[in-house]
Design a binder for this molecule. Structure first.
Ligand SMILES: *[C@@H]1O[C@H](CO)[C@@H](O)[C@H](O)[C@H]1NC(C)=O
Ligand SMILES: *[C@@H]1O[C@H](CO)[C@@H](O)[C@H](O)[C@H]1NC(C)=O
Length: 361
């Protein structure tokens, strides 16, 4: 009923005014949907953040006690007379146990451990300097550590920083820190998150062989909560670079080449239940924590031991949520073979990451 007069009147509108109206309206709609799209893009990140085209998987050869010369030749490369220097660069949050496992795994091969730690989260919430406060735990690597604090911005009350902006500022700061650590052209640079751990024999191979590609993704075995719950081989973000002055620190798709089975990616592999809660609150938007019950220790503990979905409120964990919905809880594995050496050497200390050790404190 109300539409009728409107249609009549618009029929009488001279075409000239219609045209001017469209000229004004269309750009407003385009700008409006652009801004709206940016706002919601964070929640849909995993939908468009998948690798754009299939990877070319480089076969990866390794067995204990096979000579370096033979391994290089199997990959189509040749043995160098001197190994490359290796720089391992990570942006650190709060994963202290995985940091120790990572650094002990890579220690014999790494020249400098470059670690950047912000005093806010990516979403603009103040955060303790977990590494600085626990530095004595890493005295075994002390001579190799290059640590710096990134001054984060605190989001004003009721708003939050765009996590992508803060994340990219930190990656920019990392470029400077790597140079201050003394990197030079031809060195090997590892770019990954703390929980994406290349295996030591992978790093040794890449530092001892010539003709390695300039940029190479690392395919990592993906685990959830602990090495008791292997998910799949979907982890691809970690990269190694033969450094040049044009190299930029990134954590995204950079080339089609990926080296198969090159290490481990252990997501949410925390020792204490409070670390789960820290990650769940600090890295998602407060309004997505639907009920207080989500953060109850008893609920989290139950889900961890089942290998079940903890992520129904975390947009960035969309892929796991999908996966677990489709396949049910992750199947438990009783294998502790081909894991980081430090885990096995210190099996008691890292029991929570090994088969049968799911109960947290
Ligand atoms: C590995 O190599 C070392 C020295 O080259 C040798 O002593 C040892 O017996 C080898 N181990 C195996 C299992 O072949
Ligand atoms: C972070 O560090 C900067 C520089 O030291 C400082 O100005 C700022 O107040 C710190 N922010 C927090 C939340 O501690």
């Amino acid at each position: 009923m109300a539409l009728r007069p409107l249609r009549l009147s618009s029929r009488r509108t001279p075409p000239k005014f219609l045209f001017i109206g469209l000229l004004i309206l269309v750009p407003i709609c385009v700008i409006g949907s652009f801004i709206y799209g940016q706002k919601i893009s964070y929640f849909f990140r995993p939908l468009w953040d998948n690798p754009p085209s299939p990877f070319e998987h480089l076969p990866h050869y390794y067995a204990e006690n096979v000579s370096m010369d033979h391994l290089c030749r199997l990959h189509g490369w040749s043995l160098r007379s001197v190994p490359r220097r290796v720089f391992d660069a990570i942006i650190f949050s709060n994963e202290l146990d995985l940091l120790e496992i990572r650094w002990r795994e890579l220690h014999p091969y790494v020249t400098k451990f470059v670690i950047l730690e912000a005093n806010t989260t990516f979403t603009g919430i103040p955060k303790p300097l977990f590494f600085a406060a626990n530095r004595d735990r890493f005295s075994f690597a002390e001579g190799k550590i290059v640590h710096s604090v990134f001054p984060g911005r605190i989001a004003s009350y009721g708003s939050h920083e765009d996590p992508f902006v803060l994340e990219s500022q930190q990656r920019g700061a990392m470029n400077g820190l790597i140079r201050r650590a003394g990197i030079s052209s031809g060195d090997l640079l590892i770019m990954s998150d703390t929980d994406e751990i290349p295996s030591s024999h992978t790093v040794k191979l890449l530092q001892w062989c010539d003709e390695v590609p300039q940029v190479l993704h690392l395919e990592l075995r993906h685990y959830m909560y602990s090495f008791e719950f292997p998910v799949d081989y979907s982890s691809w973000r970690a990269t190694v670079h033969i450094y040049s002055p044009r190299t930029q620190y990134r954590h995204s798709r950079q080339t089609d080449l990926i080296l198969s089975d090159a290490g481990w990616h252990c997501s949410f592999c925390f020792r204490h239940l409070r670390e789960f809660v820290f990650k769940m609150t600090a890295y998602s938007h407060a309004d997505r924590v639907k009920h207080k019950d989500f953060l109850k220790y008893s609920r989290i503990q139950k889900l961890i031991c089942r290998g079940d979905d903890l992520f129904d409120m975390l947009p960035e964990e969309y892929t796991f949520q999908e996966l677990i919905k489709k396949m049910g809880p992750i199947t438990r594995s009783a294998s502790a073979v081909h894991l980081p050496a430090c885990l096995i050497e210190n099996a008691e200390k890292f029991q929570f990451l090994l088969p049968g050790g799911c109960v947290r404190s």
